[in-house]
Design a protein around this ligand. Sequence first.
Ligand code: PEP
Ligand code: MN
Length: 240
Amino acid sequence: GGPCSVEGKEQICEIAEEVKQAGGCMLRGGAYKPRTSPYAFQGLGTEGILDMVEARKRTGLPIVSEIMSADKIDEFVEYVDLIQVGARNMQNFDLLKALGKINKPILLKRGLSNTIEEWIMSAEYIMANGNPNVILCERGIRTFESYTRNTLDLQAIPVIKRLTHLPIIIDPSHAGGKWWLVEPMAKAAVAAGCDGLMIEVHNDPEHALCDGPQSLKPKKYTELLRQVKGIGEIVGKHVQ
Ligand code: PEP
Ligand code: MN
């Protein structure tokens, strides 16, 4: 859990404490943001990464953040525990090859309009270059439906389980684009056998610099984790 974007040291540290208290096992936060508009907030860059490092120091939570280009690999190797490749970079093959040459785990999000086969091949780019530590993340795909931001492909969970040995987590926040869709979809994803959830959490979603409408407040996030724990037990998954 964590905000879409790191907005400053106090913001990320405050949310990190909430995520930790709720029982979250990792802190997310974007420092390099792939925004549709070049005029939208682009992230704090290195400063944002260092703010996350401070949040890790205060809470003990490992951190996950998105890398957008290979020239930042040294920075990510030094500071970030799990390196995220965003949906828009799923087929940035040079980036994938470069990430195959390091030994940090990679969180590979599914592209907006990519098939499961293409997604698996992108994971292969990382693994074939020497890094076997890949986690897949389904975050909704583009369909004709426009009421929701994307359409969450829950079928990807059993398909990935059948075709690969890789863990798959679900990001219901970017899938639905609305905070009230996060809870039902997260619960369905755990019931369907996913290995984890990535959820956007913000202490002041109304004023968030990015993705406020799909962010949960800490109280809702806490309640969600309590519920998925119960569902996890029913389907034989230990929820950390
Ligand atoms: C994110 O997780 O911050 C993000 C930008 O997601 P996606 O790449 O799935 O759009
Ligand atoms: Mn986001």
